[in-house]
Design a protein around this ligand. Sequence first.
Ligand SMILES: Cc1cc2nc3c(=O)[nH]c(=O)nc-3n(C[C@H](O)[C@H](O)[C@H](O)COP(=O)(O)OP(=O)(O)OC[C@H]3O[C@@H](n4cnc5c(N)ncnc54)[C@H](O)[C@@H]3O)c2cc1C
Length: 645
Amino acid sequence: MIDWKENGTPVSREFNDIYFSPENGLEETKHVFLKGNRLEERLSSSETEHIFSILELGFGTGLNFLAAWQLWRNCKNKSSLQVLRFTSFEKYPLEREDIRKAISVFPELSELLDLFLEKYKLLIPGCNTFLFEKENLILDLWIGDAIQLLPETSGKFDAFFLDGFAPSKNPELWGENISLQLKRLSNKNASFATFTVARSVKDCLSSAGFSLSKIPGYGRKREMLVGVYESEPELDLNLIPFLRRIGSNQIPKKATVLGAGLAGASIARALAWRGIQVEVWDDHNALRASSVPMAVSHPHITKGETPTSLWTLRCLGNSIRRYSDLLPKDSYQISGTLQLSGEDLPWIRLEEGVKAHSLSKESAELRTELGENYPEESKGIFYPSGFWTDTPVLTEKLLNHPNIILKQGKVGSIFFEKEEWALFSENKETLNKTEVLILANSFGIESLLQGLWEESPFSLRSVRGQLEILEDSNIDSEKDPIHVGEKYLTPSKHGIRVNGSTFNEFDLDPNAKSKDREEILEYSQNTFLGVHWEQIKVRSDFVGIRSQTPDRFPIIGPIHSPEPFRKIYSGMGLPKNRKKEFPFLEPQKNLFVFGGLGSRGVLTSLLGGEILAEILLNEPLSIENSLYSSLHPSRFLYRKIRNQE
Ligand SMILES: Cc1cc2nc3c(=O)[nH]c(=O)nc-3n(C[C@H](O)[C@H](O)[C@H](O)COP(=O)(O)OP(=O)(O)OC[C@H]3O[C@@H](n4cnc5c(N)ncnc54)[C@H](O)[C@@H]3O)c2cc1C
């Protein structure tokens, strides 16, 4: 992928072109991309409200990203901006050590390089999010071909760094397909800068609506190109109408979140670090799922790429990149997960799935021989990055932010009046009034919506789960992987292991049952044979309620009132209407939901919370458009219409 010239210049093997010159590469970046986009002035501005977004083509060694980050650090204190987002595309991602070697010639970037490389892991095709909360910075690194990935990107950007290899060596990255995507993704007055003044590049950008100018290039390069998109931003016709977002610069200063489990804590945190004051209401229900003492997380691989596999892979990388910032060392462990194949997880699915997702050994390894620790002829998959989490600690740490206030009380109903949401207790006393309301109260969401509309925009099922908390006197069991079959067993943490769990939709009994305990222990003792069961005893049981959607994906986003949705979008699924342009229907004002986290909420809540904040604050999304359509709350209304047509 990378070759090195004698003087240390990194050269791309694919394109036979240099990444940058070690003598003056950083200065060139500063000249072409930072000055070319007037970034210092714009990042220091006190006029822009919330976010500044940069989109780059050609991540390479990350030099431009690190230089933009360095500038952001210098401007942040003078600026009214809360977030810098840097979205970049790279077809051939470099190894960590190659990036280190390339960038270490610029000592002024060494601190940022370390912070970045600490998170540079578990990259998979598509969008990989890096959140640097203390820096108010997000990097979305899209791995793959920009031509295919750009249509999957949503949101609007303020500046473009066009830094692919030279147009003569990599013409696809400079063609019309790309410039039309840049147009689609441009905010009003979005700028671009590039080192090339090639005629073909000028023509494409100009016909996409950018006004162009040539300015002096860096060093011996006489000229470079900059430009501005002066028109109003385009409506995003790439998306089905109800997924579109109408740009708004009205950023709320305050929001109320209902539910202080992982869903509520994650969205509250995502808003709080962006400078929004959040009040979180919760009634401390004993069946709160987020009280599960230790939860396990690993990806769910399907034969081909599906929303399930992509979503869980994205969430896994995202959680691991964030945990070291959020959690004390003893409240999670990346111990690896050994998952057995079986009736529910056929071997063929694993074999084909690993190939289809181009998973490296860092992400997944098929195991055909498991030895004596599992029943004869068992096969499985090992996820080196499978991890367990102390869920109550994660919830507590997320909520521990100066912009978050916790309130206790049961919300019995909600009502929208005079541009505000009012929250009432069961006795009809007003608990809170708020401009923006986020329902993250799991099994309590549907009953609140029933008070607003006759028909529910989605359905949520409550599923009871029981697990066993075990005491293990064998200290070596801390080094075990997580064992997963039809049940799972964590390694021990200070002598405690968790053995779960049951699923029951029809019996929501809050009390622990000996029948469930026997079911869990019997399966585990007959399957996880390497465990010293004779040194283990049951300490206690845990019962909680999961809230699950029919397709087992969470619901994340705004909520549409069912009746107007049906009126506006009926006929949308008919072949004769394939080309018909359906209007955008405003969702219910300032009402959002994050729920239906099902049995994977510990894995998915962190990324889910960030995505909801991105939607609420009109930021570019850190997942693919197609994946977002699987998470949007109105997908159920849409499917209902299509099924009836
Ligand atoms: C036994 C069991 C084992 C599990 N194991 C795993 C695992 O290994 N890995 C994994 O990823 N996930 C696991 N999960 C799932 C995970 O715990 C959940 O997906 C996640 O915790 C859900 O978070 P939540 O915030 O949506 O819901 P909850 O944690 O249930 O929080 C909802 C909160 O809303 C509050 N609330 C509800 N209604 C109201 C109201 N009207 N007014 C005020 N407050 C209200 C409740 O008191 C509660 O605190 C498990 C779940 C169970 C039950």
